[in-house]
Ligand binder design. Structure first.
Ligand SMILES: Cc1cc2nc3c(=O)[nH]c(=O)nc-3n(C[C@H](O)[C@H](O)[C@H](O)COP(=O)(O)O)c2cc1C
Length: 356
């Protein structure tokens, strides 16, 4: 049975198909619950959410499904400072009518504090699965989660990161290939030296670690699932494939751009947040060509561009939205999340039959 293994048993899920937590309102409670109800596992992307909003969403998910689901957070890095903020504010103010809001953006280096409060909700609500990206979780926090019976998943973009996560006692590792949409989870080395494709990275991590590996990056259908399982992964994690689902909170314009995209349309950029991420090229990315040296680090740049991104959503202007998407975005389809999981299962089974 292709769909049953140690990981699916531990997670109590029918199919080794995980919908990635996608911060920024994409992974609505409806999306998370629909994927879990279809036999996969949905994850709430809670990186940017307040503790109160996380609690409300978790409770909503529980009203919509009695199946397992996860919450995803960002490991904080308080060690950020920048002297290029005023220059960046000036540039952003020239783009559109959100200058005053941009000028007033303040950020505090209290990310660890925020993270601790977010994690308290995860612990208090005893969510079945907790996943994280951008680093390694502290020993104390990992132990606290495990004491509550919470399954812990880290994110790696290299073999070295996967080994470090295994040592930190996580239960499984998401291996994020170069193709992946959204932010790079890289935390040990410069991102330029951590850009390894899913096909190359998954078997190398599988050979190195003794815990289950979850393949992610560019997986959009049964072909990608069969390939991932053949490489030794125990499951797949898919983000872009669920972006254009009916339940996704992505802006309709964003969904449209994803559905009409081509293989060459994505680019790795740090202009929206200060951290490299893969998204579909648009006017804002182009306009930042001359400011490459002046981009403050994450999460400062993320805070500075928030007024612009909110404005773009209000104006339905996809040229100034962060259009995170993976390299295989053109394989997306517009249907319900339940149907996407169903198609993934059918597709996987058809390919397995044809290989016999
Ligand atoms: C819109 C979008 C937002 C994302 N946000 C997160 C996030 O909040 N946390 C996280 O761990 N990964 C995030 N990711 C990355 C996914 O976990 C995963 O690595 C990626 O979606 C896999 O590649 P694919 O998009 O080609 O399926 C995001 C991806 C996308 C497309």
């Amino acid at each position: 049975m292709w769909n049953k293994n140690f990981l699916t048993q531990k997670l109590h899920i029918e199919y080794p198909i995980i919908q990635a937590g996608m911060a920024g309102g994409i992974t609505t409670p409806e999306l998370v619950a629909a994927v879990s109800n279809a036999g996969g596992m949905g994850i709430l992307g809670a990186g940017y959410m307040t503790p109160e909003a996380i609690q409300t969403s978790v409770r909503k998910i529980r009203n919509l499904t009695d199946k397992p689901f996860g919450v995803n957070l960002f490991i904080p890095n308080d060690d950020v400072d920048s002297d290029v903020v005023s220059q960046m504010k000036e540039h952003l103010q020239n783009i559109g009518p959100f200058g005053e809001e941009t000028a007033q953006v303040k950020y505090e280096n209290n990310f660890s504090e925020q993270f601790a409060r977010q994690l308290e909700i995860v612990l208090g609500e005893k969510v079945p699965v907790f996943s994280f990206t951008f680093g390694v979780l502290g020993k104390k926090e990992t132990e606290q989660l495990k004491q509550q019976g919470i399954f812990v998943i880290g994110t790696a973009t290299t073999v070295e990161e996967a080994s470090q996560l295994e040592k930190s006692n996580v239960d499984a590792i998401v291996v994020q290939g170069f193709e992946a949409g959204g932010h790079r989870g890289t935390f040990l080395r410069p991102y330029e030296s951590s850009l390894i494709g899913t096909m190359a990275l998954v078997p190398q991590v599988v050979d190195k670690v003794c815990i289950p590996v979850i393949a992610s990056g560019g997986i959009m259908d049964g072909r990608g699932i069969v390939a991932s399982l053949a490489l030794g992964a125990s499951a797949v994690q898919m983000g872009t494939a669920f972006l254009s689902s009916h339940e996704s909170g992505a802006h309709p314009k964003y969904k449209q751009v994803v559905l009409q995209s081509q293989d060459t349309d994505t680019v790795m950029t740090n202009v929206f947040s200060g951290k490299p991420a893969r998204g579909i090229r648009n006017a804002f990315i182009k306009s930042m060509q001359n400011y490459k040296e002046d981009i403050p680090p994450y999460p400062i740049q993320n805070a500075l561009t928030r007024p612009m991104r909110n404005w773009a959503v209000r104006e339905s202007n996809s040229e100034y939205m962060s259009l995170w998407a993976g390299q295989a975005a053109s394989l997306s389809s517009e249907t319900t999340a339940f149907d996407i999981v169903l198609q993934l299962v059918k597709g996987t089974e058809n390919i397995l039959k044809s290989l016999r």
